[in-house]
Design a protein around this ligand. Structure first.
Ligand SMILES: NC(=O)c1ccc[n+]([C@@H]2O[C@H](COP(=O)([O-])OP(=O)(O)OC[C@H]3O[C@@H](n4cnc5c(N)ncnc54)[C@H](OP(=O)(O)O)[C@@H]3O)[C@@H](O)[C@H]2O)c1
Length: 307
């Protein structure tokens, strides 16, 4: 059976990777964003979401839209809560009304307030340190309160060949500056957005298997929160070193430094490694090691799919 899947924030990093993954699918994808070039959909507008869901007979929404500027979130005001919490609730309401599935992306920044040193599990209490993490946590709670079918995927340190991200910034800085300092006291795991898009595709396939068996109103057996990043652990310093090394950039001296050397409006988690056992068991997804995926992304940047 063909399912209609609506992707929000299609012009972002993950949205672009979803467009690549969708090319392998037999389902019908509708790509939306607030900018030109896509079906126009502002996810803060519940009636507009309902209209799209009805018009296209949407049975699954993949929400790639969000307020993602962590520093600016501290001073941007109400819009951050609206986009990261109220808007996902709108999408959940719209999916509840048609008994569809919402796949929503959240963040490792829902953690950070406690001094962890073992990978964070899904059931662990959220301890965000800033407005971005707090509003993303509210988004998760609001989705759950609608009791729609949902899969919330918390991810971390997202990068891709599309849009702005750490990998592209480091490729630029290390090839133009003789020296660079990068923090080594924040530890996590990078995530290649293409790997996340493939995991989302696997979740949709799993959902469809159950959907085909259970017409009418039903609860997806795998509703819940899951963690997804690449495998392994590193600091931003290790990440920067590996980016420069694989790209063959030798003339930049990259040195480790403390976060205190880069004053920021928000304290970021010192350790936010995500435990991925639940998604591996639940959906049998293949998760590549962070260095392998980084190399794949840098190869793609060099071979012309970049924007
Ligand atoms: N980036 C990371 O390191 C990271 C880490 C962990 C989790 N995540 C989560 O992963 C998800 C995807 O992140 P990303 O980096 O791919 O995001 P992104 O590149 O910032 O893309 C977000 C997209 O949403 C669009 N958008 C903004 N307001 C909208 C609205 N009202 N209605 C519809 N679309 C709207 C944006 O348009 P404009 O560009 O015009 O605003 C942009 O195209 C987000 O939920 C994010 O919180 C990201």
């Amino acid at each position: 059976m063909i399912m209609v899947i609506l992707v929000t924030g299609a012009n972002g990093q993950l949205g672009n990777e979803m467009q690549i993954v969708a090319k392998q699918s037999s389902d019908k994808y509708i790509f939306t964003d607030v900018c030109d070039g896509y079906e126009k959909l502002d996810i803060t507008d519940l009636e507009a979401i309902r209209k799209n869901v009805k018009e296209y007979d949407v049975k699954c929404i993949v929400n790639c839209a969000a307020w993602t500027n962590v520093d600016a979130a501290e001073t941007a005001g109400e819009i951050v809560e609206t986009l990261n919490a109220t808007a996902p609730e709108n999408l959940a309401i719209a999916m509840k009304e048609v008994n569809g599935l919402l796949i929503h992306i959240s963040t490792d920044y829902v953690f950070g307030g406690d001094p962890y040193n073992t990978p964070c599990k899904e059931g662990q209490k959220g301890t965000p340190t800033g407005v971005y993490g707090l509003t993303k946590l509210h988004g998760e709670q609001k989705i759950q309160a609608t009791s729609c079918n949902y899969v919330i995927l918390r991810t971390a340190w997202l990068y891709s060949e599309f849009g702005k991200n750490f990998v592209k910034t480091m490729l630029n800085l290390t090839s133009t500056k003789p020296q660079l300092k990068v923090v080594f006291d924040q530890v996590g795991t990078p995530t290649y957005a293409l790997d996340l898009a493939n995991a989302i595709s696997a979740i949709i396939e799993d959902y469809k298997r159950e959907w085909n068996l259970k017409p009418g109103t039903w609860n997806y057996s795998k509703n819940g929160i899951y963690h997804f990043s690449n495998e392994g652990v590193c600091s931003w310093y290790d990440f920067a070193k590996m980016i420069a090394e694989y790209a063959g950039i030798k003339d930049c001296d990259i040195q480790p430094c403390h976060s205190s050397e880069f004053p920021s409006p928000v304290r970021r988690p010192a350790y936010s490694v995500l435990d991925k056992e639940k998604i591996k068991e639940g959906f049998n997804v293949n998760i590549p090691y962070w260095i392998s995926s980084l190399q794949k992304c840098i190869d793609r940047l060099s071979y012309g799919t970049k924007k």
